[in-house]
Design a protein around this ligand. Sequence first.
Ligand code: NOJ
Ligand code: CA
Length: 563
Amino acid sequence: MIDDLWYKNGVFYCLSVGTYMDANGDGIGDFKGLLRRLDYLHGLGVTAIWLMPFQPSPGKDDGYDISDYYGVDPRYGTLGDFVEFTHGCRQRGIRVIVDLVVNHTSDAHPWFRDARSSPDSQHRDWYVWADKRPASASKGMVFPGVQKSTWTHDKEAKAWFFHRFYDFQPDLNTSNPYVQAEILKIMGFWIQLGVSGFRMDAVPFVISTKGAKVTTPVEQYDMLRSLREFLQWRQGNAIILAEANVLPETDMEYFGKDGDRMHMMFNFHVNQNLFYAMASADSRPLAKALKATRPRPASAQWGLFLRNHDELDLGRLTKAQRAVVFKSFGPDKNMQLYDRGIRRRLAPMLGGDRRRLELAYSLMCTLPGTPVIRYGDEIGMGDNLDLPERNCARTPMQWSMEPQAGFTKGDKPCSPVIDEGPYGYEHINVAKQRRDPNSMLNWTERIIRMRKEVPEIGWGDFSVIATRDPAILAIRYDWRNNSVLFVHNLDEKPREASFSVGLAGDEGKHLINLLSEDHSEANNRGKHTLMLEAYGYRWYRVGGLDYLLKRSDIDGVNANHPE
Ligand code: NOJ
Ligand code: CA
């Protein structure tokens, strides 16, 4: 059954083991600690965990500089602990996906050490070299302002090597068949240890042509099919979630027109327009972004997120739009990063305003795709702008009011716990919020539960409903003889929204509110008029609560002609 595609209608949660829970008191989160927190995640209701890199690494890019693809960083535990963790997840029905970081290695990786040792070494061609400084060396940096070049001279190699990211992350020559074979072997290894797939790092760069003579890199999309094919041979229901911040025109190249490439991609295009919508109270560019990213194979899915561990990249907005988002959510230079983004956590960006946080979450849960929550956002954690670059939003999870937020028994956590101001752990922590039925945590738990009961969002076709008010975004989904409707008011002022549901006959007459008693009846011209409070949101079932009795088992059954 196509319903077996578990990622089409789940709730993902992303975390890094090092900052989640420290069981042995050395100040660094570990797999033993994470294992003990699985009941928390199970209670929250998430269906999959995206685990950030945990392999041995010098840790200069928070683990995205791997020095051994087949191991666990000893600070986090052992391979045995990792398997205990995947097993613990399986027992609770939670899937695990792990990062696949194969665009580059760490310069400490034995492959690179061998490669630089001699032009004749076995691994020389695993990396990308040039004898002279290529003319393009000052172009294409991913971290402008911090990273000076994409080519660096290596004394030992007596040659220049290519690095799309920091200079300690030499790019792998991903066109080399030996490198390609190794990538498959890495996937096969972790699949065997119980993971359900991969979040693939920097996909457009992985598949790009690379080299001193390459002036315009070209994506070799066929590579995506080989990865997919291999994965599916090994484990039929495993997935790849691609990190690819690309233009909508190329989305289908990544998904594959026959759904034969990436299962999922993060929707960066919607992400940026979503923040613009929240900053400007104008939903029109967001509606446009939703339509632009509509085409996708039936088996593919978008990952919908608000914030992640990187900066909020606004690089695809117009200059004027970006200025609006900066002004609202990151006005100080210190809050901005790489000339294109904001490095803050969600809660401080939205001024800690519970109404806005709920609006943001409600949008993330009801736009087309599968929501991906960043750890700590479920309790509204803050950031520490004294930490460099993206580290400000990677502080330890705040569990309780106990010392070090209950994250560690040690007194030197790997990254300082936020312990002052309104986001300090004494105010914001899991234990406190668990006891309060109205807390952000309990709200998030309830919204996750409801989201899982509305598969129409993950599976259905959507239509943006005209309301003639740019501050209002109304979306309807239709799937298997049922419809749901979501209305959001982006404005800081209350708004009256007036619209027709857009279904034939009497279908759209009753709207049953899923979150409160505030239902809506259409007038005799078929129009609904709602009064939405500032930043208000509504989740409705169209028709009634008999949707499970009405649901058809196959696609394409017309709402007016049930089976
Ligand atoms: C994208 C990751 O999300 C980011 O954190 C990392 O620095 C780069 N890729 C390089 O791996
Ligand atoms: Ca530890």
